[in-house]
Design a protein around this ligand. Structure first.
Ligand SMILES: *Cc1c(COP(=O)(O)O)cnc(C)c1O
Length: 392
């Protein structure tokens, strides 16, 4: 007897995946090839910020696709000029380099900081980074990340990323030497389980880096583009970093990321940085459409209203099931389960048609579409409640 081959056999098996195959998406809902529907509180890991196949993104893809998709990065195109202008005006940064993934944007941030250190700090190149931080899956960004499971992976690591515990200003001060060029962190550690750096800590880091003449690099790949209720999370601390990276929500589902820098720091020379697809017209047109939606009057206020509703609902649910606190900002929230039942809840929720993520066994993470309706929040909470009753 021959064993039937898995329909997924031609795909590299890089992570455990359920046998579901998605075919369609609309707003907060995904549909599999069997016609089952799922309420999606993952949204491609905070990527499809306007929900699945939202009209403004579909329109930008169709219109720009018919006009110009890509011309060599050796030329300017109308859409990259337009998006760079809008992003710098919105962020208070001065210049942008577009990338195709968050990891590539962070890789660029690391290169830019090293370039700046070479020119301004006698070749300093070390970047102080955080335990449990996540910056991507290239060799340098894995080295910059503080994921415990990666510690001994793909040796030798790229050197120059001393780690400190997040929230400990003294540890950062102690880690700064003549070789230090920057401090790099996420305003809220997403993959670590939604761990906020805290407004006071961010402010203090901003002051400290300025005083010591080094750079502050904020990885806003997960927290940016309205995810935390403001366009960028750093606005809540009232700071503008020297370098900022964006990804995920920036493209609303298409591969688009950005490296932004203040003028004094934006020191790449010809040949330092580039890439075939970088700043292509099609992705940048989508980025402009997404940014226009998020910055439209009332949009971010609505994110905050939805956040309050989800937060209160999770607190009530937590009370009923003996779980812990809710944490996070805007529509990047987590629920402390106090015991390692996250994976079981996620599996049961999938069977019921609810997509959830457990970044740690003892936590659930919620990153719904920023456009999620009140009725969908209530429905998700009711579904989760039923799952928790079964799991308990
Ligand atoms: C997702 C993420 C990245 C990596 O982005 P990719 O597009 O997957 O390369 C980097 N930093 C943070 C904070 C992220 O959440």
């Amino acid at each position: 007897m021959t064993v039937p081959q898995s329909p997924f056999a031609a795909l590299m098996d890089i992570t455990p995946r359920p046998p579901v195959v998605f075919a369609d998406g609309q707003g907060s809902w995904l549909y599999d090839t069997q016609g089952n529907r799922y309420l999606d509180l993952i949204q491609g890991w905070a990527v499809t910020c306007l929900g699945h196949s939202p009209a403004p993104v579909v329109k930008a893809l169709a219109e720009q696709g018919a006009r110009l998709i890509s011309c060599s990065p050796a030329y300017h195109n109308e859409q990259s000029v337009r998006l760079a202008g809008a992003l710098t005006r919105a962020s208070g940064m001065d210049q942008v380099f577009f990338a195709n993934s968050g990891a590539e944007a962070n890789e660029g941030a690391i290169k830019l900081a090293r370039r700046w250190g070479e020119k301004n700090r006698g070749g300093a190149y070390e970047i102080v980074t955080m335990d449990n931080g996540f910056h991507g899956r290239t060799l340098a960004t894995m080295s910059a990340s503080g994921k415990p499971a990666w510690k001994t992976l793909f040796e030798p690591k790229v050197p120059g990323f001393p780690k400190v515990p997040i929230g400990d200003l003294g540890a950062v001060e102690a880690a700064i030497t003549d070789r230090t060029v920057a401090v790099m962190l996420e305003p809220i550690q997403g993959e670590a389980g939604v761990i906020p750096a805290g407004v006071d800590y961010l402010k203090a880091l901003h002051e400290l880096t300025a005083k010591r003449g080094i750079l502050l690099i904020l990885d806003e790949i997960q927290t940016g583009m309205g995810r935390t209720g403001t366009l960028f999370a750093c606005e809540q601390a009232g700071i503008v970093p020297d370098i900022m990276t964006l990804g995920k929500g920036l493209g609303g589902g298409v591969p688009l990321a950005a490296l932004l820098a203040r003028r004094e720091v934006s020191c790449f020379e010809y040949g330092d940085q580039g890439g075939t697809f970088n700043g292509n017209a099609l992705m940048c047109a989508v980025g402009s459409a997404v940014l226009a939606e998020i910055t439209a009057p009332g949009f971010l206020e609505r994110v905050q209203t939805a956040s309050d509703r989800l937060w209160k609902g999770l607190e009530a649910l937590s009370g009923r099931h003996g779980f812990g606190a809710v944490r996070g900002q805007g529509l990047l929230l987590a629920l402390d389960l106090k015991k390692p039942v996250g994976p079981e809840i996620v599996a049961e929720a999938l069977a019921d048609g609810l997509l959830l993520n457990a970044p740690r066994p003892d936590s659930l993470r919620f990153m719904p579409a920023l456009t999620i309706a009140d009725a969908e929040i209530d429905q998700a909470l009711a579904m989760l409640d039923a799952v928790c009753r079964r799991v308990a």
